[in-house]
Structures are given as C-alpha cells and as structure tokens.
Design a protein around this ligand. Structure first.
Ligand SMILES: [Zn+2]
Length: 323
C-alpha cells in the first residue's frame, strides 16, 4: 500500500494503493464515523479449499466463511487464536475457520457425502441445517473464552454473523460478500460497515442525520458489484473510494493474511502419546504404523510406537517422579 502515512498509522485514501489481496483493510467513513472492514482473499481462500476435494457448494460456503471469519477476527483485540465453528445436522456437521492474531488462517469442513444431494444449495439451511455458530478466542492455556454463540438462522453465513452483531453486541452491521471460482482459483471478498452504539446506548431518531448517514452507507454498500469487489485490477483504496467518496473515506494499514497450518509432527506425537490403546487402534495401518491426516491442511503423518515412547515416558516421569 502506498499513500501518505498520517498520524496514528492512518493512511489517507489515494488512487495508487495496492489491490489489498489476502489482507484485511480497516476503514472509516469520515463524515459519519461509521467503521468498516474490507477483506479480499485469493491465495488464502484457494489454499484452504484446494487442500480438500470439497463439492462445489461446500467450497463456496467455505470461501464465504473464510471472508467472514477474517472480518470478525479483525474487529476483536486478541493475542492468540480466533475460531469460528459451526455445528449443524445437515451435510456439513462441522465447519471451522481459525485466524491467529498474526494473520495465519486455516479451515476445514466435515462433509457427510450421502446427505448431499446434487442440487443442495450453498446456503446455511441447505448445508449446515439446524445448529449454531460459536466464536471463541484462545489466548493461551486456561484462557479460552466464548466470544459468542448464535443459532444458524438465515440463508447465508453473512445473515448469521449479522444477527450475532445485532443481538449479542447491539451493533448495526451491513455486510456484502462476493465469492467466485475463477480460472485462477477461489476468490472471496467482503465489505462490512458498522455503526457502534452511542456512549449512552441511545439509538438515533428515525429522521436524524445519523440515521440518514447509516441508510446512505447501506445503499452505497449494496451498490458494490461482485465484479469490482473481486477484481484484482481494482486497488482496494479505489474500490472504497468509489463507494464512499462523497462522505470521505479513511483507510488504515492493511493486515496481511496467509494460509498457515499449525500442525506439526511434534504436536501430533504429543496428542497420540496421550491416547489410550483403544483410541490409538483407530489410526493403526496394516504395517503397524499410525497414520494421521491433518484435517486442516491434509498433511499426512506416519508415526511408529517408537516415536511415541519417549513422550509417554516423560509424561509418566512427571506424573510419578522417581523418589
Ligand atoms: Zn495441518
């Protein structure tokens, strides 16, 4: 991103910013003080989805959820891992996306193939069914906390996230998403505009300037086309300028995003070493090796009893230290 860096890390919109791809861009509409986020995903979305052979509607839902999870994560102050997880009773019983405070993103969806019909729509009722979405923030041992829990109500994931902000946070929110599978891979984009509650919690009167500002911002947001949201040739600054220039728009520093999985051989050994013999039996191959595939990045790990032994011994020693 180019442009004049102003006070407090503020970058004022100009016309020659970069495309803001694989990044979150916070912005503010100057005249009204409404805050916003623009997320555009290319390699991140494609890498998460390409690790699996998802049916088309599931890939589409995953792409939308990746955009939304990154928008949500960017509104929170945390040092650790933000997780969005759905639980449902349809073809996709679980869908998970997590985002670290350093911008590492990963995700996976569990798919029950025989619950998926050829014409299943890529909607919340179609793929997820009845259930809920949980948002958690994990900032280290014993610090996991629920940020929120919302029922799976609405056609799209954006509807559910919108309901979360409205009901749990009392924040008016407008979200516009665009998702497409191009010749270069999956692409996703999302713009969110929010009106934070007044300090005294009072809502603006129906005919007030604040209410007009909000309505106008929602009309402008809705006017964003999928093509311009997803275009790699339209810089992020220019897209926001095109939409909100009449009220002035201020864009803050972009936060880059990357698909990175946190799985490792070491971590897996620790998990398997804590399993009982029955639990381990599930992973044994005919050659006696344990085989585990990371559900996020599909990396395949093969481990032997000898790999687990030192970790088991160390655990035993700390439980029953020698006299
Ligand atoms: Zn992994």
């Amino acid at each position: 991103m180019t442009g004049g860096a102003g006070e407090g890390g503020v970058i004022v919109v100009d016309d020659d910013g970069d495309a803001g791809i694989d990044a979150v861009l916070p912005f503010q509409i100057e005249a009204s003080g409404l805050r916003g986020r623009l997320v555009r995903l290319a390699d991140v979305a494609d890498a998460v989805i390409a690790a699996h052979d998802y049916p088309e509607p599931v890939a589409r839902l995953m792409c939308e959820t990746l955009v939304l999870a990154n928008i949500l994560a960017s509104t929170l102050k945390y040092d650790g891992i933000f997780t969005l997880q759905t639980k449902g009773d349809a073809a996709v019983p679980t869908l998970v996306v997590d985002v670290t405070s350093t911008g590492h993103v990963r995700g996976f969806a569990k798919v029950v193939a025989d619950r998926l019909a050829p014409d299943t729509p890529a909607t919340v009722p179609g793929l997820l069914g009845q259930g809920y979405i949980a948002f958690t923030v994990d900032q280290g041992p014993q610090t996991q906390r629920y940020q929120g829990l919302v029922p799976l109500e609405g056609e799209t994931m954006a509807d559910c996230v919108n309901a979360y902000f409205r009901q749990s946070e009392q924040i008016d929110t407008g979200i516009k998403l665009a998702v497409d599978r191009t010749s270069a891979g999956w692409r996703g984009a999302g713009i969110m505009v929010q009106r934070l509650p007044a300090e005294d919690g009072a809502r603006p009167a129906p005919a007030s300037d604040a209410e007009d500002d909000w309505r106008r911002a929602m009309v402008l947001l809705e006017s964003a086309t999928e093509a311009e949201m997803l275009s790699e040739h339209l810089p992020a600054n220019r897209l926001l300028y095109r939409l909100f220039h009449e009220d002035g728009v201020r864009v803050y520093r972009p936060r880059p995003l990357k698909m990175v999985c946190r799985c490792s051989r070491r971590r897996l050994i620790e998990v398997l070493a804590s399993f009982s013999a029955e639990e381990l039996a599930e992973y044994v191959e005919p050659d006696g090796m344990f085989q585990v595939v990371c559900e996020f990045c599909a990396t395949e790990y093969r481990l032997s009893e000898q790999d687990l032994a030192p970790v088991r011994d160390a655990a035993l020693q700390s439980e029953f230290p020698p006299p």
